[in-house]
Design a protein around this ligand. Structure first.
Ligand SMILES: [Zn+2]
Length: 121
């Protein structure tokens, strides 16, 4: 392989690495936004559940159907939030060096122990 080929290969793998990292960054940001949205939605549901319970008590109405519905909706939102949090945890997972097994930060390029290039993993 000639020098020019080396340059092309290096440029390509650098571009790949940057692309990969940019994608991860966007995903984590999106996940954080989804988690925040879900938390907001859950708070809203709790608020309306509380208001419904209050109104029902005031007017002597039975709110159990409404309550059951709200609890189901909140549980579903909690399940979604769990899924988003699990994805966030996975995104934060450490990179394991293939060469020596050292745990490195997810955005590390080289292994902190042996210097192995982590994007080759
Ligand atoms: Zn290593």
């Amino acid at each position: 392989m000639g020098l020019l080929d080396d340059v092309i290969v290096n440029a390509k793998s650098a571009a790949d690495a940057v692309g990969k990292r940019a994608t991860q960054f966007v995903d984590v940001s999106k996940l954080r936004i989804s988690a925040a949205d879900l938390n907001n939605e859950i708070s809203k549901r709790f608020e309306s559940l509380g208001r419904a319970a209050y109104e029902a008590k005031k007017t002597d109405n039975d709110a159990s159907d409404l309550t059951a519905e709200s609890v189901k909706a909140i549980d579903e939102l909690y399940e979604q939030l769990d899924a988003v949090n699990a994805q966030l945890a996975a995104a934060r997972e450490k990179m394991i060096c293939k060469n020596c097994g050292q745990e490195n930060a997810q955005d590390a390029v080289y292994c902190s122990r042996c210097g192995h290039k982590l994007s080759d993993n």
